[in-house]
Write a protein that binds this ligand. Structure first.
Ligand code: MN
Length: 157
């Protein structure tokens, strides 16, 4: 590896040298809003990848589940996360584990950006999206409905 590949400086605005800021997913593949992806470490010698995702105020990641696990560290500001049937406010440096086959979504609910680091297996299964019936089941929780609607899900300020 060249020195430029070994050492990559941080730039302003949560960017890094040699790292492209890309769309979160291909448009139309799944629902999401105002979220970007930066692949920080993608190396076939590793069994995992480290990505940085950032959403603008009001943005959200896809509600999905899959067999692979996510290890997440909130990296910029705060927002809310749904994991399984729990909705929590998440703040800078908090850690969130997404277990296998567990519905999850991150939302920038606080009128500010939300950024997080996400470690994931290099080889992983495709995410599943909820059916209408599964969404209906999730919406039986008022906290989850408030989370989906982008209103404050009752967590303390
Ligand atoms: Mn996921």
């Amino acid at each position: 590896m060249s020195d430029e590949q070994v050492f990559r400086s941080a730039r302003d605005g949560f960017r890094w040298d040699g790292v492209e800021r890309r769309p979160y997913k291909d448009e139309g593949e799944a629902p999401f809003k105002d979220i970007s992806r930066q692949a920080l470490f993608v190396d076939e010698r590793l069994g995992c990848e480290l990505r940085y995702f950032e959403m603008e105020a009001g943005g959200y990641s896809t509600l999905e589940r899959h067999e692979h696990v996510h290890a997440v560290m909130i990296f910029r500001r705060r927002g809310h996360a749904l994991v399984g049937d729990a909705v929590r406010q998440v703040e800078t440096h908090a850690l969130v584990t997404i277990p296998p086959m567990t519905w999850h979504q991150f939302r920038a609910t606080r009128g500010e950006p939300l950024g997080f680091l996400c470690m994931v297996n290099a080889e992983r299964d495709r995410p599943q999206l909820p059916t209408e019936a599964e969404l209906e089941t999730l919406r039986q929780s008022s906290a989850i409905t408030a989370f989906f609607d982008g209103t404050k899900p009752g967590a303390p300020d």
